[in-house]
Design a protein around this ligand. Structure first.
Ligand code: ZN
Length: 441
C-alpha cells in the first residue's frame, strides 16, 4: 500500500494545558510532517525528519499554511434528530414529546434511517468530526443503518439503539426483553467490526422501566468493555419526574447506580444539576459527564459547571458534545464557542489550548479511545483535519492582528465553522477536500 506524507503546521496534545504558556502540554511543529500508511500515522515530527522516513513513491501533500490537528470528537449526538434541530419554544420534556418522539417514529422505515444516517455522517465529516458517540432511534434498523454507513466510511464511531419501554408513543417503544435482544444482536453483528463500537443505550430513566434498566445492567455485565450512554440531570422537571418514578432512589444518579450503570465507559449526557453526592458517585466510578453547551442553552436547561467538576476534590472526567438535535450546531468549534460562554457565566475561563485539548485528546480520553484517536502520535489512526483560520473574509481580516497560536485557535473557535475545515482524513483517506465530500468506499 502506498504511503502519504502530509506537510503543515501540526498540533497535538500530550495532556491538559494549565495555561497558554504550558508548552509541555502539546507538541506544535511550525513545519510538521505526518507519514500515513495503512490508515495509521507511522511517523510524526518536524517535516525534515519525517520526510527521511518516507519511501520513494510516497505521495506528498502540502497543507501549509494551514493547521493539521487530530479529527474532532463529538461525545453525544442523536442522529435521528436532523429534522428536529431548530424546533421552537420548548423545554426538555415538552421538546421530546412534541418534536422528538414523533420524528423518531419515522425510523420504523429502514429506508428513512439509511438516508438520515448517510446525511448525518456527511455532516459530521463536513464539520471535521471524525468520531461521534451517537444515539440511534429505538428501532434496530436505525442502528444497522448507522453502523453500515459508518463502516463504509471506515470511521471510528460509537453508537447504540436506544432502549425505551415507557412514557413515549407506541411507535418509539420496545420492551425490556426486545430491547435486550435487539441490543445483543447488534453487539454481535457490529461491535468490533472494523472501527465500530457498540454502546448500550438506555435513553434515560423516565423512558425505561426498572425491568429495562435491569436488562441494560445485565448487558453491561455481559459485555464489560462496551460503552454505556444515557442522560442524567438535564433539567428540573426531568429530575422531579425521575424521582417520582424511582421513589426508592436517593437521587437521580442513584437510579443508574442501582442497576450497575456507572463505570469508566459510562457516558452521562448533561449532568447539570448534580448534588455533591452525585458528583462523588460519578467520580468514584470513573464515569464521564458530557458537556453539551449549545443544547443546554437552547433548551434553557442550565449551566454546566465545567471548572468546578474538573477541579473539585473528586474530579469528574468530562467530555464535550453537540447533542444534536437539542444542540443547535454540528460544529465542535461552534460548540466550544458556546462552552466558553457557559463557563464565563460561571465566572471562569477556558483557554484556547484547553478547548482544543478537549475537542481532541480530552474527548478521546473520556471515551477511552485515546490509544487509537485524538492525537497525531505515531501509531494513532490517521483521523486528521486541516483547519484554515482565514476561511472567511471576516476571519482573514481578524487574522491580520492575531500574532500567536493561542490567538489563532481562539479565533477559529469563536468565528469558525465547517468553512474553516478545509480537508478531513479518515483512517488516512480523504473524506472532505476542496472538491467536496468523498462518501463512497
Ligand atoms: Zn441527548
Amino acid at each position: 500500500m502506498t504511503s502519504t506524507l502530509l506537510r503543515g503546521r501540526t498540533l497535538s496534545f500530550l495532556r491538559w494545558p494549565e495555561t497558554v504558556d504550558d508548552h509541555c502540554a502539546w507538541r506544535y511543529e511550525d513545519d510538521g510532517g505526518l507519514l500515513l500508511r495503512d490508515g495509521r500515522i507511522v511517523a510524526a515530527g518536524a517535516y525534515a525528519d519525517v520526510e527521511k522516513k518516507a519511501d520513494e513513491g510516497v505521495k506528498k501533500i502540502d497543507h501549509r499554511p494551514h493547521l493539521l490537528l487530530p479529527g474532532f470528537i463529538d461525545a453525544h449526538a442523536h442522529f435521528p434528530q436532523m429534522q428536529v434541530i431548530a424546533s421552537y419554544g420548548a423545554e426538555l420534556l415538552d421538546w421530546l414529546n412534541t418534536y422528538t418522539f414523533p420524528e423518531e417514529t419515522k425510523f420504523q422505515n429502514a429506508q428513512h434511517g439509511r438516508r438520515i444516517a448517510r446525511l448525518f455522517l456527511d455532516e459530521m465529516v463536513r464539520h471535521g468530526t471524525t468520531t461521534v458517540a451517537a444515539y440511534c432511534s429505538v428501532h434496530k434498523g436505525s442502528a444497522e443503518a448507522f453502523f453500515a454507513e459508518s463502516h463504509d466510511r471506515n470511521m471510528l464511531n460509537i453508537a447504540g439503539k436506544v432502549m425505551m419501554d415507557r412514557n413515549a408513543p407506541e411507535g418509539v417503544l420496545d420492551t425490556a426483553q426486545s430491547g435486550y435482544d435487539d441490543s445483543k444482536a447488534l453487539i454481535k453483528e457490529w461491535h468490533g467490526k472494523g472501527r465500530q463500537h457498540y454502546a448500550i443505550t438506555p435513553r434515560f430513566a423516565i423512558t425505561s422501566s426498572p425491568e429495562q434498566l435491569e436488562m441494560a445492567g445485565a448487558l453491561c455485565r455481559e459485555y464489560p468493555d462496551l460503552h454505556m450512554q444515557t442522560h442524567l440531570s438535564e433539567n428540573h422537571a426531568e429530575i422531579a419526574f425521575t424521582l417520582q418514578l424511582y421513589p426508592q432512589a436517593r437521587d437521580y444518579t442513584d437510579v443508574y447506580e442501582r442497576y450497575g450503570l456507572l463505570g469508566r465507559k459510562s457516558l452521562f449526557g448533561h449532568c447539570i444539576h448534580l448534588s455533591e453526592r452525585e458528583a462523588d458517585a460519578l467520580s468514584d466510578s470513573g464515569s464521564v459527564a458530557v458537556f453539551c453547551p449549545t443544547s443546554n442553552l437552547f433548551l434553557g436547561s442550565g449551566l454546566f459547571n465545567y471548572q468546578r467538576y474538573r477541579t473539585r476534590y473528586k474530579a469528574l472526567r468530562i467530555a464535550a458534545a453537540t447533542d444534536v438535535g437539542g444542540g443547535t450546531n454540528y460544529s465542535m468549534l461552534r460548540t466550544m464557542d458556546e462552552g466558553y460562554k457557559v463557563i464565563a457565566l460561571n465566572g471562569e475561563k477556558l483557554n484556547p489550548f484547553q478547548s482544543f485539548w478537549q475537542l481532541t485528546r480530552g474527548n478521546a480520553e473520556a471515551l477511552s479511545v485515546v490509544e487509537r484517536i485524538g492525537t497525531l502520535d505515531q501509531g494513532s489512526d490517521a483521523d486528521i483535519i486541516v483547519l484554515d483560520a482565514r476561511a472567511t473574509p471576516a476571519m482573514r481580516l481578524r487574522m491580520e492582528t492575531a500574532d500567536t497560536l493561542a490567538e489563532e485557535l481562539f479565533l477559529l473557535q469563536t468565528l469558525g465553522d465547517d468553512r474553516a475545515v478545509r480537508e478531513v482524513y479518515v483512517a488516512g483517506r480523504v473524506m472532505k477536500s476542496d472538491l467536496g465530500l468523498n462518501v463512497g468506499p
